[in-house]
Structures are given as C-alpha cells and as structure tokens.
Ligand binder design. Structure first.
Ligand code: AMP
Ligand code: ZN
Length: 457
C-alpha cells in the first residue's frame, strides 16, 4: 500500500519512496533546552512519533536523528538579542551547561511518559562545534558570506530561490520598513557565527577562524544532519514556525555548500494554541506535561487528545478537551482489558487502518476506526489482536493497561457485608444507615448485577 505524505516544500501530498530501499533517514529538530518543554512542543514530538511509527509499520527501518539545541538560539529570529541559554541561566541561577543537562533529561522523561520513541541518535549542538565551523567555511569558500561587527552572515540574495519553502516574499520583506536590518545586507540574512560581545565573557564560546564566539542556530541542524544522515536524506521535520526562518535557512546553507535541498520531504506539525494565542515559553506560565499530570491527567490522555486532530491543523488546548480525551481513553482501555486473550487480527480492519495512517497520517480517522472496531460484533479475541496492531502506531499502551485494584480496608468491607445482610432482610433503614457509614469512611458502594462494588469517593 502506498504511503502518502504532505511535503511542505512542494505544498502537496506526495507518494513516499525512500531514497534507499527499505531504509528511511529522518531528522527532527529537537528542543532548545533553556526551559522545560511545553505541551505545544510535545504536540510536535507526538506528530513526529506517529510519523516514525507509521514508517516502521510500513516495514521501513528508520534512522531517526534529533538534535538538542544547547547554544545559539537567540531570543529574536532576526539574530539579535540574547542567547536563550544565557538568559535561562540567569533566570535559574544555574550555569548554561547545567540547565542544558537538566532540561534535556526532563525532555527525555516527557517523551518516555508520552510513549514517544527516542531517536536512534541524539546529538547536541555544543558537541559539534567543529563540524559547524567546517560547514561555515565551505559556505564562505563558495562566496555566500560577509562579515559585520557582530558576526559572519549568510547573504540570502545569493541564493536564487531563497525562502521557497515558505513562499517568502523576499522583496516585500526587504521593502518593509519595520524590519531592523542594521548592518545586514538583506532583511532575510542570518548569522552563521556570532562574535562574543566585546568585554563580555560568555559561558559558551569557542575559538574559530573568525574570532571567539558561538554558532548561529540554523547551522547546527544543517551540520549535524549532514554528519549523521548525509547531505540529502528522506524527511526533515519540525513545527510550522520553522518554515519561514529555521528550515528556510537550513536549506539555504545546505544549497550553498552541497548544492542539495537537504531533505526530500519537509514535514511540519501545526501549533497547539492556548486560548487561540501562540503558546510561547517566553510568555511564562506555560503548560508542561507535569502540569497536566499534577491535575490528575494520565500522560496518555494528552497523547489521545493530540491524535484527535490532524497534525496539519491547529489545535486549541482546553481542559474540556482533556476531560473528554481522558474519558474516551478510559473507555477504550477498559474495553480492551475486558476482551481478555488475544486471537487473530481482522484483515479487513487492518487494511482500513493502514489506509488511514498512510493517508498523510490521518489519526482522527484511525481513532474513529478504532471505535468502529470496539462497537463491532467481532469476537473479543479478534478485536484485541486487531487493536494491538493499531496500537503499534497509536502508541496508547492499550494492551498494557490494567484497572487499578483498590485495597478497601477490612472495616469498610465489613460494613458492606452488613449492608448486604440488611438488604437481604429488607431492613431498608439499616441498609441506608450503613451506606452513610461507608460514605463517611470515604467510600461509595454501587449495587450491580454481580453484587456490590466499592470504591473510594
Ligand atoms: P524549540 O524549543 O523552540 O526549538 O521548539 C521545539 C519544537 O517545538 C520545534 O519543532 C517547534 O517548531 C515546536 N513548537 C514550538 N511551539 C509549538 C506549539 N505551540 N505547538 C506545536 N509545536 C511547537
Ligand atoms: Zn533544526
């Protein structure tokens, strides 16, 4: 069955065929580790996980590389302002190196809790300074750079179709009077290497052929992607905000040195929005996975919530949405648990499922099909085997889930027993009084066909 994916570069759905048979080389832009990941960031990593799982479901072996941005990402996209890492260091009172480690570990923990596969290769910007310097030299030798008082810049006017990925109106941007060009030749030019500010000791800085300083943000991804995946690989992805700046610049750098577009497919996850506004870390008070967990939500409920929307549509976060995701997930888990032993999967459902996931990762359809399966009259063992196959892509840990068995204290069980006795003797007043006692002890009793069920209130 054909796998179709939306390629932002071509702005269309294309049939995916790996460049090398059976193997897919995938690069995903990682987190800037100056703070914890917010749930918007995590939406993008859930999308990339679905992509990776879909590729594997189709039988491909995936080389999945993800960087950690621990230097060079400046506060402003125009390459001005402070390095986010140095700013994070001041905010926390820890060193830039310490916060990089702290937030990288916290990020990995978030991925684990969301059942997101770790990349097959992690790489840190600060571990690849030499490779970045080498790439800048190559770009310089090919005549695409110039220097200003604060760094080495990429001259975007030297690239024929600069910004094609974003369909950027380069002339319009240039003419726009509000843009601070400063010493830059063009509004869209960007820093490859920034000099450490005079008289200021940065925590992260290195020697280079141009002077002491640090790499620009975009160069790290072009450099590390080429090191681990080659200068032309299958899929490069990130969030939609990367289209006009970060990925446009990665493409420009790679064209300038290697003459390639870096990746065959460019894929982007759309933003999670909070109250319709962009969820920015810099705005403070952002929501982390831990914020949801502290409020009693299971991390899998956030994964379910994300799967309910197609990755190419914006998604508004709401607590109501989380509540309904939690309810649906619990119903689904309970059904799967009650199906018991697994049998053989249903081929018809498997074909439909593959159709949906291969249709540009249509997870809302895949979830709807899962509910059709739940409601179908197929034998329980067939349902269980089929949903277990679906879960290789959905990643909701459905078959692993078990209801929590509560330890009800002996004295509460004795009250329940006495209440049953009273009900049997039709002593309704006593039965009600016993129910009150059970409730005072913090439990509630529900009468079912299988007898009374007790759980904490
Ligand atoms: P950053 O830490 O800024 O480098 O971002 C890490 C990843 O999260 C990138 O792929 C971004 O495109 C993505 N991202 C940032 N904000 C959001 C958001 N609100 N919704 C979805 N993805 C986002
Ligand atoms: Zn990147």
């Amino acid at each position: 069955m054909v796998l179709k994916l939306f390629d932002t570069y071509e702005r269309k759905i294309r049939e995916f065929v790996p460049l090398e048979p059976d193997k897919v080389r995938l690069y995903a832009c990682g987190l800037t580790v100056y703070d914890y990941a917010h749930i918007g960031n995590l939406r993008t990593y859930i999308f990339e996980d679905i992509l990776r799982r879909t590729l594997e479901y189709n039988g491909f072996q995936v080389d999945h590389v993800m960087n950690i941005t621990d230097v060079g990402h400046l506060v402003s996209d125009a390459d001005t302002g402070e390095d986010k890492m140095e700013k994070g260091s001041r905010r926390t009172g820890m060193s830039a190196w310490q916060i990089a480690e702290l937030y990288t570990e916290a990020f990995k923990d978030d991925l684990h809790q969301l059942n997101i596969f770790e990349p097959t290769k992690w790489c840190k910007a600060t571990d690849h300074i030499q490779e970045q310097i080498d790439l800048i030299r190559c770009i310089e030798e090919n005549g695409f750079t110039y220097s200003t008082s604060d760094g080495i810049y990429f001259d975007t006017s030297k690239i024929d179709n600069y910004g094609y990925l974003a369909r950027l109106d380069v002339e319009g941007l240039q003419a726009g009077s509000r843009i601070e060009v400063g010493e830059k030749r063009n509004a869209t030019d960007f820093a490859l290497w920034k000099f450490s500010p005079a008289g200021e000791q940065r925590q992260m800085e290195w020697e280079s052929p141009w002077g002491i300083g640090f790499p620009g943000w975009h160069i790290e991804c072009s450099a590390m992607a080429a090191v681990y995946l080659g200068d032309f690989f299958d899929i490069h992805c990130g969030g939609e905000d990367h289209i006009p700046v970060h990925h446009s610049n990665e493409i420009a750098q790679t064209q300038a040195c290697y003459g390639t577009n870096l990746a065959n497919f460019w894929m982007h996850g759309y933003f999670l929005q909070l109250d319709e506004a962009k969820m920015a870390k810099s705005s403070g008070g952002f929501l982390r996975l831990k914020t949801l967990v502290d409020k009693g939500y299971d991390p899998m409920a956030y994964r379910y919530f994300s799967l309910n929307a197609h990755y190419r549509s914006k998604l508004n976060f709401s607590w109501k949405g989380m509540d309904s995701a939690m309810i649906s997930l619990n119903r689904l888990r309970t059904a799967v648990f009650e199906w018991g032993e697994s049998g053989k999967p249903d081929e018809g459902y498997l074909t439909k499922f593959l159709n949906h996931v291969n249709d540009d990762l249509n997870m809302p359809r895949a979830l709807a099909l899962t509910w059709d399966l739940v409601r179908s009259d197929l034998p329980a063992g067939v349902k269980k085997a089929t949903v277990t196959e679906f879960d290789k892509v959905l990643g909701l840990r459905l078959a692993e889930w078990e209801p929590v068995v509560e330890e009800v204290p002996g004295e509460v069980l004795a009250l329940v027993e006495q209440r049953e006795q009273a009900r049997g003797d039709k002593r309704w007043g006593d039965a009600d009084a016993l129910r009150d006692q059970i409730e005072e002890a913090g439990y509630q009793v529900r009468d079912t066909a299988e007898g009374p069920q007790v759980k904490s209130r």
